[in-house]
Design a protein around this ligand. Structure first.
Ligand code: ADP
Length: 177
């Protein structure tokens, strides 16, 4: 009997960027089933609500090619402890992307604590691809709100949604002034 390998890829995805899509695409080759976990509570105030973050992510995932050697992908909400979510998904891996030394510090601590809580679940780090190293949702939002060109950082549909959201943000600000 072959063992089904499940991995989870957790994040806020506020909004999903080309960097996230790259990690999803590459991690699919390492497992049979990939559960992309979307944080219900992000800890920061998100630009997009939970449903919108999920909708944007699902639309991009639906467009990814599927086939032999590529994991099936599911999108699920995450509430509470990450290792509990991983266990409930039957996962043996938590996938994280590493962009820079600044990511490493936080990720190192989190992986260590998760390993203490759940010995059987490994955190697997994928280095950000060269093209995506500098892309972060937080910065994409900042660039968008300041009127910069963010089109190469997010999928096209997400870019359009972001433009609408920025417009709405401006209108709200103008009526408040
Ligand atoms: P968080 O809210 O935990 O910072 P994000 O939702 O931004 O996380 O991202 C989820 C995961 O994707 C994290 O492991 C993060 O390091 C990774 N990630 C984000 N952007 C990129 C990128 N451009 N390249 C590679 N990994 C990335």
């Amino acid at each position: 009997m072959t063992v089904q390998r499940t991995g989870i890829y957790p994040g806020s995805f506020d909004p999903v960027t080309t960097g996230h899509i790259d990690i999803i695409t590459r991690s699919r080759r390492l497992m049979d089933r990939l559960v992309v976990g979307v944080a219900v509570n992000t800890g920061k105030s998100p630009l997009f609500g939970f449903d919108e973050r999920v909708d944007m992510l699902c639309a991009e995932i639906a467009d990814l090619p599927s086939g032999a050697g590529m994991a099936e992908i599911e999108v699920r909400p995450i509430e509470g402890l990450l290792v509990r979510f991983a266990r409930n998904c039957g996962a043996s891996m938590i996938v994280r992307g590493l962009r820079a030394v600044s990511d490493f510090d936080y990720e190192f601590q989190m992986a260590g604590m998760n390993a203490r809580m759940e010995r059987d679940i490994e955190t697997v780090f994928l280095m950000a691809s060269e093209r995506h190293t500098f892309i972060a949702s937080r910065l994409v939002k900042e660039v968008a709100l300041l009127g910069g060109d963010y089109s190469s950082f997010v999928p096209e549909r997400v870019g359009r949604r972001l433009a609408e959201e920025v417009e709405r943000h401006r209108e709200r600000k103008a009526s408040a002034d």
